[in-house]
Design a protein around this ligand. Structure first.
Ligand code: DC
Length: 654
């Protein structure tokens, strides 16, 4: 596991991110499906530490060991899960459950287990034992449940035993420490079958999370009557019933990092998986960005952010009680505002994965910001210039790691310590972030223009990754040849491209483990490559594979459509060309040097035909983009061509 991750200074962000499933929705759906009657299939479940904690716990209390008991949780592959519900009664009556640092797992499970008539012990990591649970335990004790603190009073670990539950009087519950206590009681109380009333004794925080809870309970057939945010009534005789198949929305809190990147780094950055139809309160983060002057576009299932039309992001003073998690992203976005920003009503930060107010203040100061820390607020004044060479501590808090990635837009390299803490909710975060923020240099041009050599040399000089996209088309052509699939057979070739067993191992290229580095350079493969590259479904099949090369510290990609289709947001676009005669002559020399037969006339004709085919095809034709800079290498040696490309790169100060 990496101890730290160095992010290069970043200048711009653009692209599209498909969000992982929402943590809040994933863990609620899992518990409700487990408690329900019938089988639920949950699709797009988040795959992370916190959901694994919930899955493991449910597997423990549902697997009775009795064959054919018909309850349990099964992976269906591709983030889909089948949950065979236990109809309100966990079959396993004695278990030790490890809850990691997952608040969304321990709180609701504590309540459900307290009403399940068994003996359960719940514990977590050290930090979990510092996170309060007393208000929830008090609520459960009022109705006769039997829970005991086995460590410090008010905190996990806990032991749960069978109790004598009666719901004669309303449960009186505090709502000002964590809304998860109310969520936990709401989800568990239908197990009693009795009418249940909860009355809040203090102001309820993070209300949108209660809306998620009520919304999901309703999908499982349980209605809650709500009087303001003061009193909640669950009418008697309701039971959870599986709604069948459910989809988990994308994670709206995770969306905040990418939307902020779009607002700070130019954009457009689009997140897919949340939008105007979302049930998560954190989508309102986009409104806060809009208040800062960012340009936001909403779709039913996407949100897109760009920088203000002119000038910097504006300073803000906002009550962020409704979006406590996404609010952390605003604290870092404040570094890029035109003045002092104030985040108010965020006391819950103090009892999260770490004391987030203290942690945020400490780390923002490292970057040169002036920070005033209040008991439930934070004021951030942007640094006059960003402090370089800073290492950000993350306090085992996934959101600290994710939001501080944005600091690299301050024009300085930033080191993130313990980046693996993002596994809590978003294991692929830094790859996804690189996918919109890592600089890309696109070098396109016709065959034998020298772009391959130039691109490789530029990548080496900058220490960037390198993508030879032509090799992917050549590999596809070669794989088709080997499989006896004609280059005109579009479905056949597309199927090969979609599952190309190719590997780039250093400077060797492997196809199904066989070294084909030389073989793909054969003229016959080049001719077929040009044919398969004209097939739209083949190009689509290779698109995501090419985009996945965009990683830190940056990528140099060469091909025909790097600037136009694959990386339209590339920071640098170069179109490298040379006269057909000059290119034919270069190829001729190469072949002779390799001791291969070569005929100048045939080579020229071949090149011209291939250029024509690449330029004529309907999808991604070979052409110079309007925003690409032309380098004509007809009269240049390779050194001069590399120097010309590097000069263009330097002008962009990546
Ligand atoms: O650059 P090259 O000669 O290795 O490319 C082989 C073929 O693949 C060429 O005919 C064009 C095609 N190609 C493409 O269509 N798009 C790319 N991005 C790269 C190559």
């Amino acid at each position: 596991m990496m101890d730290s991750l160095s992010l290069p200074a970043l200048t711009r962000a653009a692209g599209t991110v498909r969000l992982p499933g929402s943590k809040s929705i994933s863990n609620r759906m899992l518990l409700l499906a487990a408690l329900a009657e019938g089988t639920t299939e949950i699709r797009d479940l988040l795959d992370s530490d916190d959901t694994r904690v919930m899955l493991d716990a449910l597997q423990k209390v549902m697997r009775s060991g009795i064959p054919g008991d018909g309850v349990g949780v099964t992976a269906l592959g591709g983030n889909a899960w089948r949950v065979e519900g236990c109809n309100g009664v966990f079959p396993v009556k004695d278990a030790d459950l490890f809850m990691g640092n997952a608040g969304t797992a321990i709180r609701p499970l504590t309540a459900a287990l307290a009403l399940s008539g068994g003996h359960y012990r719940l514990s977590g990591v050290t930090r979990m034992h510092e996170r309060p649970i007393g208000d929830l335990v008090d609520g459960l004790l009022q109705i006769g449940a039997d829970l005991r603190y086995t460590g410090n009073p008010g905190y996990p670990p806990l032991a749960v035993h069978p109790g004598q539950v009666t719901l004669a009087a309303p449960i009186r519950l505090r709502g000002d420490v964590s809304s998860q206590f109310l969520t936990a009681l709401l989800m568990a109380l239908p197990l009693t079958g009795q009418r249940a009333v909860i009355e809040m004794t203090t102001e309820l925080i993070s209300k949108p999370y209660i809306e998620i809870t009520l919304n999901l309970m309703a999908r499982f057939g349980v209605k809650v009557e709500r009087e303001g945010w003061q009193r909640f009534t669950i009418p008697a005789g309701q039971r959870y019933r599986s709604p069948g198949v459910l989809h988990v929305e994308g994670d709206a809190s995770a969306a905040s990092y990418f939307l902020a990147a779009g607002a700070i780094g130019g954009g457009p950055v689009r997140v897919e998986g949340v939008g105007s139809a979302s049930i998560q309160g954190d989508v309102r983060f986009a409104d806060a960005l809009a208040a800062m002057g960012a340009r936001i576009e909403w779709g039913e299932n996407f949100i897109e952010a760009r920088a203000p039309a002119a000038g910097k992001l504006k300073a803000f003073d906002l009550d962020l009680n409704q979006i406590p998690d996404a609010a952390m992203t605003l604290a870092v976005a404040a570094l890029f505002a035109d003045g002092r920003c104030v985040l108010r009503n965020i006391a819950s930060w103090r009892v999260k994965e770490t004391d987030r107010i203290a942690a945020m203040a400490t780390e923002l100061r490292k970057l040169g910001a002036t920070v005033e820390e209040g008991s439930d607020s934070l004021a951030v004044s942007p640094p006059p210039t960003f402090q370089g060479g800073v290492a950000i501590d993350t306090y085992d808090d996934h959101r600290m790691a994710m939001c501080f990635a944005l600091a690299a837009f301050g024009g300085v390299a930033v080191t993130i310590n313990d980046p693996a803490c993002v596994n809590k909710t978003f294991p692929e975060f830094f790859d996804a972030f690189a996918g919109i923020a890592a600089p890309v240099i696109a070098i396109d041009g016709p065959s034998a223009s020298g772009k391959g050599t130039v691109a490789q040399r530029v990548a080496d000089a900058l220490g960037f990754h390198f993508l030879d996209s032509g090799a992917l088309y050549r590999l596809t052509a070669l794989a088709a040849m080997k499989a006896g699939v004609a280059p005109e057979d579009e479905p056949g070739v597309a199927a090969i491209a979609a599952n190309l067993p190719a590997e780039f191992a250093g400077d060797r290229i492997l196809l199904s483990g066989e070294d084909v580095t030389e073989a793909i350079r054969a003229e016959a493969v080049g001719v077929d490559a040009s044919k398969v590259a004209a097939l739209p479904t083949v190009r689509t099949a290779l698109l995501e594979r090419q985009r996945a090369y965009r990683r830190f510290p940056g990528l140099v990609a060469d091909g025909r459509d790097m600037a136009s289709v694959v990386f339209p947001e590339a920071a640098v676009k170069v179109f490298l060309t040379a006269s057909a005669a000059a290119r034919a002559e270069r190829r001729h020399k190469q072949l002779i040097a390799k001791g291969m037969p070569a005929n100048m006339h045939a080579l020229l004709q071949d090149l011209q035909e291939r250029d024509a085919r690449d330029a004529r095809r309907s999808v991604a034709p070979l052409r110079q983009c309007d925003d690409a800079e032309l380098v004509d290498t007809t009269e240049m040696g390779i050194e001069a061509a590399v120097a010309a490309a590097m000069a263009i790169v330097r002008r962009q100060s990546l």
